[in-house]
Design a protein around this ligand. Sequence first.
Ligand code: SAH
Ligand code: F3S
Length: 481
Amino acid sequence: MEKIIDEKQQGNTLVMNEKEGNSRKLYIESYGCQMNFSDSEIVASILTKEGFNTTQQLEEADLVLINTCSIREKAEQTVRKRLEKFNAVKRINPNMKVGVLGCMAERLKSKFLEEEKIVDMVVGPDAYKDLPNLLQEIDEGRNAVNVILSKEETYGDVAPVRLNSNGVSAFVSITRGCDNMCTFCVVPFTRGRERSRDPQSIIEEINELWERGYKEVTLLGQNVDSYLWYGGGLKKDFEKATEIQKATSVNFAGLLELAAQAQPKMRFRFSTSNPQDMTLDVIETMAKYPNICKYIHLPVQSGSNRILKEMNRLHTREEYFELIDNIRKIIPDCAISHDMITGFPTETEEDHQDTLSLMEYVKYDFGFMFAYSERPGTMAARKMEDDVPEEVKKRRLTEIINLQQKHGLLRTREHLGRTEEVLIEGSSKKSDEYWMGRNTQNTVVVFPKEHYKIGDFVNVKINDCTAATLIGEAVGYSDNN
Ligand code: SAH
Ligand code: F3S
């Protein structure tokens, strides 16, 4: 993944979790979006009850699970490479079983067993509760597959085991699936229809995290703004709900408010917002509660109206600008980040210029930028030819990355001289003498450790910056401690 954010957690989750009496060893690795990392915590929780403790040593594992991503071809290649490595380890430890979880499992289904002989088990994102049965099958020497997508499953009743945690920030998933059907995107096929989790179980999880010392929660969904609880069921069936269900339903702004009120000292973030579904009440709720962070990840994918239409993004460039203007009016110092795709089929130089000019208008704080990767089964793959040459995609990608770099620096410079509240997450990657944390805008801030510790809210005077990192010095605890 091309990214320009320093010190952002990415890559593998190597996990630690121990329950006395458990004798089997689980090694689990996660790839892709935050939802996968969060799902792995649910899987670890289910398997703890089945007698597994997690290990960081691949070689000693009885069960190896890999939670996979299908979003781009490169993501799938990474997983295939890891399977080769697992194969080598299995030669030394022949009793080791290997299971594939997540989006690639859902996309390839039992084909996985044919294509990758190392794989014993294939489990889709909605089938994790079936793991105990599937494990029994593989223990008895059969291969096992469950890739059934669900209309109800939200894992609201599974208390996740926090893996690879800094003990400060945690993810809490609030919706599963996506109904948006962007033509380039494989997610609706691999994660199924959109459904929301019971707000009560979300708030309970948040309260429990607070009790255990966590200070920041990121609410997760493919499209959080379309969160809608009316007693269970698919988002698309809301029309059929009873009048009482409709009257007592909770939307995303309502959920944010519930969370912010339940734990007034906890910081809340959320990801991801979709421009077509983001409503003003969400922005107004953010402005109302100081513990909701001033940061919105608002993927746009392209600046060209024609391409947006081809992508089935249901808004125009002008509507996007209107949303940006509203955000800036209601929350003047809100940080905004984006996802952008270059080289979508039929993208011309003019479309690309539209993307650059959109970026100029917004001047995003951060961005995640990708070259289009055709995904089998999507509308774009079925109806359009992947006709932008690879070198053109790459050149356009470089241009938008360079522009983002420039805007990133412009944005970080705005913080110079200010004193900002930072939540300490851990040591800086570059120096053990510095803490790393984030301000409300999600910008990484590093500063000398002094007597402060992980989990403290500290006021930091910002003295210097790069395009993605602020450098400062602590001036005292903030009121939030
Ligand atoms: N709503 C989701 C989006 C998941 S995909 C979320 O929670 O973030 C993340 C990003 O990957 C998308 O916003 C898009 O920019 C990129 N992406 C998705 N499909 C892609 C494809 N086929 N080729 C290149 N990039 C893609
Ligand atoms: Fe994918 Fe679009 Fe949903 S990018 S996850 S189909 S909002």
